[in-house]
Design a protein around this ligand. Structure first.
Ligand code: NAP
Length: 245
């Protein structure tokens, strides 16, 4: 059966690796981005090299209208979305006492409300088809907290609640809803970490290194597959064992 996937924030990092992996798995892929159109179009090229169709669409996931327009355009060009990966996210290192209310609002709007908007926009088509996969990219920070990013931790913990609630609502309709909680992954989001900071972090990760975007993408690929049909409302950890210790 023909399947179309939508990966938010797919111009870089984990979203980019996930978009390419889903294309390799046989999906056509909508590559959502906010600012980096050239990078998004490069991802579309790689999707086409994998033999699938790709479509780059600019939309701020924090905007309900932009998300609705994106999902409508995706349906028109590629077909209705049956795999949704809510990956777009922002993070800035700042303590709660230094945090401007605007920063708090923006983080919650992108990281949490963005997933709400996309889920609302894609569910009617998934229901109609009687099949769907939704994967929300949370974070170990949503489970464990962090000392620089209360907005981020709250948004990522919120995603876990959203995941479980929607999973219950659609459980009998062939639609699964799961979360992936990555540990520290080598992307732009951590580009400001110093060498020393990286070494300290790696020492605290049981497998001894920072993870790769492709290692998160392979978990998303599994959750999107037919084989994962009995997994819903779950949080899957991709963190090199970080939460064990
Ligand atoms: P990244 O390299 O900074 O990439 C972020 C992506 O999100 C970019 O494609 C960006 O688009 C897009 N984006 C940002 N704001 C957006 C908005 N309002 N609307 C649409 N797209 C938007 O991030 P990453 O490290 O790959 O992280 C991806 C996800 O994994 C995030 O949700 C993050 O919280 C989560 N995560 C990351 C780590 C990690 O260590 N890297 C760990 C745990 C969880 P443009 O390129 O157009 O700006």
């Amino acid at each position: 059966m023909k399947r179309v996937s939508l990966v938010t924030g797919a111009s870089r990092g984990i979203g980019q690796a996930t978009a390419i992996r889903l294309a390799e798995d046989g999906y056509d892929v909508v590559v959502n981005y906010l600012r980096q159109g050239d990078a998004a179009r490069d991802v579309v090229d790689r999707i086409e090299q994998a033999g699938r169709r790709g479509l780059a669409i600019r939309a701020d996931v924090a905007s309900r209208d932009e998300v609705r327009r994106m999902v409508a355009e995706a349906a028109e060009v590629l077909g209705p979305v049956s795999v949704l990966v809510n990956n777009a996210g922002i993070y800035q290192r700042v303590t709660v006492d230094q945090m401007e209310p605007d920063r708090w609002e923006r983080t919650l709007s992108v990281n949490l409300s963005g997933a709400f908007h996309t889920i609302q926009a894609v569910l009617p088509a998934m229901r109609q088809e009687g099949w769907g996969r939704i994967v929300n990219v949370s974070s170990q920070v949503g489970l464990r907290g962090t000392d620089h990013g209360a907005d981020y931790a709250a948004s990522k913990a919120g995603l876990l609640g959203l995941t479980k609630a929607v999973a219950l609502e659609v459980a009998r309709e062939g639609i699964t809803v799961n979360a992936v909680a990555p540990g520290t992954i080598e992307t732009d989001i951590i580009r400001n970490y110093s060498k020393e900071d990286r070494e300290i972090r790696s020492r605290h990760i049981p497998v001894g290194r920072i993870g790769l975007p492709e290692e998160v993408a392979s978990m998303v690929s599994y959750l999107a597959s037919e084989e994962a049909r009995y997994i819903t409302g779950a949080t899957l950890h991709v963190n090199g064992g970080y939460l064990i210790v």
